[in-house]
Ligand binder design. Structure first.
Ligand SMILES: O=P(O)(O)OC[C@H]1O[C@H](O)[C@H](O)[C@@H](O)[C@@H]1O
Length: 280
């Protein structure tokens, strides 16, 4: 099955991105003169209420299982609306929206408006997530955790390194313990025992550099304090029905997130977070 409602963005320089209305989910990004940069599982389902496996899931208003809501919240499994789509002089942009509905209020009793802006241009993909508390004065504040859960496509995970994390404190979700990242994260040599699930706190706007042989992707974030690095490794991957058994070796999730300190918005207030991916 393939996704039905998708938007195809093409910048004048040939850079493209594909966005599904289901989940407000970026499925593909091909920079100008480049090849696909995102991993999308060939076994992904595109069904209402199910999350797409790969691309860039939007986790909102709850990251992972850190709260009472369905895992990673509901934004990734709901239908978003297309607000606008345009090609500019040197870019292409789409804006999608998700507002509270009976279904969201049933499990999360808040008025909100989420806006996802996806822009491609040259060798850069910008994804911006904005949230407004559209409640009335006197309503309770919104409190949420969130992430842009980007699946990078890699040729061979064994040759990948991530620079920019050293010196940060992280929570290892597998060992359920905190630790300090002493040096760059090298995935080399960890094949077979790999099972990586870490929340790095307070990265703030420090850029991350993902290198695989001669390919480099620079990841920058604003409005997001934390970063999550995830790869299920072979054993966990085998248990994921929507991933092929070898899928884990072709992807690495590097996520812009707010987990350590939830975002809190009084009625009328807004928050904006952005993740930008660029090939130098
Ligand atoms: O399988 P999903 O619900 O899409 O979650 C996939 C992964 O997302 C994040 O990276 C979390 O840190 C992981 O703990 C989780 O396994």
């Amino acid at each position: 099955m393939t996704p039905n409602d998708t938007i195809r963005l093409t910048a004048p320089d040939g850079a493209t991105a594909t966005v599904a209305l289901h989940g407000g989910h970026v499925l593909s990004w091909v920079p100008a003169r480049g090849v696909e940069q995102l991993y999308l599982s060939p076994r992904s389902e595109y069904a209402p209420g199910k999350a797409i496996r790969g691309g860039v899931p939007v986790c909102f208003p709850q990251f992972a299982e850190r709260g009472p809501l369905p895992k990673h919240g509901f934004a990734r499994t709901m239908a978003w609306e297309l607000m606008s789509q345009e090609q500019g002089k040197d870019d292409a942009l789409a804006v999608l929206r998700l507002r509270d509905s009976e279904a969201t209020r049933a499990i999360w009793p808040h008025a909100f408006e989420l806006e996802l802006s996806v822009r491609v241009s040259g060798r850069t993909l910008d994804i911006e997530l904005a949230c407004e508390n559209t409640g009335q004065e006197g309503d309770a504040p919104l409190r949420f955790t969130t992430a842009l859960h980007t699946y990078l496509r890699v040729g061979d995970l064994d040759a990948v390194s991530v620079e920019g994390l050293s010196g940060l404190r992280y929570f290892d979700s597998i060992k359920q313990a905190e630790a300090l990242q002493r040096m760059d994260l090298l995935l080399t040599g960890e094949k077979g025992v790999l099972d990586l699930d870490r929340i790095y706190f307070d990265l703030k706007e420090r850029p991350l550099l993902v290198t695989e042989d001669r390919r480099q992707v620079v990841i920058q974030q604003q409005g997001f304090d934390d970063a999550v690095v995830w790869n299920p490794g072979p054993e966990r991957c085998a248990k994921l029905a929507d991933m092929p058994p070898e899928g884990w070796s072709e992807m690495l999730c590097v996520e812009a997130a707010n987990v350590g300190r939830p975002v809190e918005l009084a009625p009328g207030e807004s928050w904006v977070g952005r993740q930008s991916l660029s090939l130098p």
